[in-house]
Design a protein around this ligand. Structure first.
Ligand code: ATP
Ligand code: MG
Length: 520
């Protein structure tokens, strides 16, 4: 049996892994079999980045909503007909949880008749072979790959292949999906699939596309890594007009979109992971009228995406106002403010702000002020026993950083002068060395201790161990790491915790060090 659990675990981000465990446990608790399906499985195997998690349960997932919400997932929409939940799991992980189902198409353009089914039956109603695989998350078979159409071989061959001859007739939105996947992965349509595609286009099957499918396909553009490339490809194939009759690449704010994706990349490199989807939609429709945009928004299933998209301008305006007001009168206050707002808000404001003062503050937040963290004298703090082991460490490190930011500690001497009174009392001195018979007895005792170490160490040993530990991550040593926020009012959803500073060797006592310097 092929075991894909290891592949899954190394390919998912830690937040996605937690999301998989969460859904798996909740489904198990409700007595439902659960599978990872669709694009997540395809991307785990192919190595492309995993954008969202699609789960399929044998049973009704709407019954899981309460438990999911109790676990801090946000359910943004649910589809009673398809029995599907659209959720955002903790850590900004987008997920869709659907009931395993069969679909019977009786007439073109009419929605299919849905019935509950097994996972294998469910895989048969899917669009392409590479999307028709499932990975079991159930005890006993966890990690088993179900691949009835040999999608793994098509991933290997880099081909988009429909499951049967009626795929495009039954659901013409698959024409748009085929174009989108082909453009994203740069995989061609398999020969017979291409022939079916061409004939579906000739026969204008696309006019039977449902409004729900249009809404889903509009939304999907928001999550693409290169949305402009996909939009242009859809336009070339004449599908963009299907999504909205007045949409075209000329209606895209291309400069804004490019700037957005660049800033997002820079923020990612600094350890932030803002969700760009609402802003991507904003720029993709930048030159469309309000009425047209409202029509599109109405069709999108995830209402939280639509709300966030609608709120972008107002949120940016209010953040800009705060950044030019008293709340951001000093660098330290500005730092605090920007550390506490959602990274999505900074991302959008960084791209759209016109006021120099606002832009400068955001720039400083990402560059100059971050470098001030390097000035926190971590080695000296360790010597002073101001280490993560003491309860006040977080506050002290933060205070030093804030004072450094505001230029109130202008030199190392001033910083140490500030720190010294805050140092805790040093640990007790080591016991005096013993001589003669007593020393032998002590050595024997030490040997016995080594063989059977006590739970707690004492004296010098403890002090050395203490000094050898790396300082806490409150003041990140890395140039690029965001500083840990002191109890943020509203914690940024997707901000990575700052990394630990590099592990340091145990410090030599201060006196010895200065002697060494003199002798050099
Ligand atoms: P992405 O990386 O864009 O999320 P995806 O393949 O996961 O790609 P989704 O829109 O998230 O696409 O859909 C999840 C899965 O549901 C698909 O992989 C496919 O198995 C199935 N699916 C979605 N839309 C259709 C459709 N129109 N017809 C048949 N199956 C579909
Ligand atoms: Mg998906």
């Amino acid at each position: 049996m092929a075991d894909y659990i290891y592949t899954m675990e190394i390919r998912l981000t830690p937040d996605q892994q937690r999301g998989v465990t969460l859904v798996q446990d909740i489904a198990r608790g409700a007595g439902m079999n659960v599978y990872l399906t669709g694009g997540a499985v395809r991307d785990i195997i192919s190595g492309f980045s995993i954008r969202d998690l699609d789960f399929t349960v044998q049973g009704n997932p709407l019954r899981l909503q309460k438990e999911l919400e109790r676990a801090k997932a946000v359910v943004s929409a649910s589809d009673d007909d398809l029995k599907t939940l659209y959720a955002t799991l903790p850590g900004n992980v987008r997920a869709e949880i659907s009931m395993a189902r069969t679909e019977r198409y009786e007439k073109a353009g009419k929605p299919p008749i849905i019935s509950p089914a097994t996972i294998i039956e469910d895989l048969r109603r899917r669009d392409f072979t590479v999307n028709a695989m499932a990975l079991s998350l159930n005890p006993g078979s966890r990690g088993l790959l179900m691949d009835p159409f040999n999608g793994a071989a098509d991933i290997e061959a880099k081909l988009i292949r429909v499951l049967h001859n009626y795929a495009f007739v039954e659901d013409p939105s698959r024409l748009i999906r085929a174009t989108r996947f082909a453009a994203r992965f740069h995989w061609p349509l398999e020969e017979r699939t291409q022939a079916r595609f061409d004939s579906a286009r000739e026969n204008n099957y696309i006019e039977y596309i449902s409004d729900e499918a249009i809404g889903r396909e509009i939304e999907q553009l928001a999550y693409e890594d290169d949305p402009l490339h996909i939009l242009r490809t859809l336009e070339k194939e004449n599908w963009l007009k299907v999504l909205h009759p007045r949409w075209s690449s000329a209606r895209v704010d291309t400069a804004g979109l490019a700037q957005l994706l660049k800033t997002r990349q820079q923020m990612n490199e600094l350890g932030y992971s803002p969700d760009p989807a609402p802003a991507v939609m904003y720029f993709l429709t930048g030159r469309l009228g309000d009425k047209d945009i409202a029509e599109m928004q109405k069709l999108i299933p995830r209402k939280d995406l639509v709300e966030a998209w609608r709120d972008l301008e107002d949120n940016a305006k209010s953040l800009a106002k705060r950044l030019t007001g008293k709340e951001a009168a000093t660098p330290s206050r500005t730092w605090k403010l920007l550390s506490e707002v959602r990274p999505e808000m900074i991302l959008f404001l960084a791209v759209t702000a016109r006021q120099q003062a606002v832009l400068q503050k955001i720039k400083n937040f990402f560059t100059k002020w971050r470098q001030v963290q390097q000035k926190i004298p971590l080695p000296e703090m360790t010597e002073l026993y101001i280490t993560p082991q003491i309860p006040e460490y977080g506050k002290i490190a933060n205070d030093v950083f804030m004072l450094l930011l505001d230029g109130k500690l202008r030199s190392r001497t001033e910083t140490l002068k500030f720190l010294k009174p805050l140092a805790p009392p040093p640990p007790p001195p080591p016991p005096a060395p013993r001589r003669g018979r007593a020393a032998k007895a002590a050595a024997a005792a030490q040997a016995a201790t080594a063989a059977n170490p006590p739970a707690k160490r004492k004296g010098k040993e403890q002090a050395t161990a203490h000094a050898a530990k790396p300082p806490a991550p409150v003041a990140p040593a890395s140039k690029t790491a965001p500083i840990q926020k002191a109890a943020p009012a509203q914690r940024p959803v997707s901000q990575k915790p700052p990394p630990h500073p590099p592990k340091r060797k145990p410090m030599k006592p201060a006196r010895q060090q200065s002697k060494k310097k003199k002798s050099r």
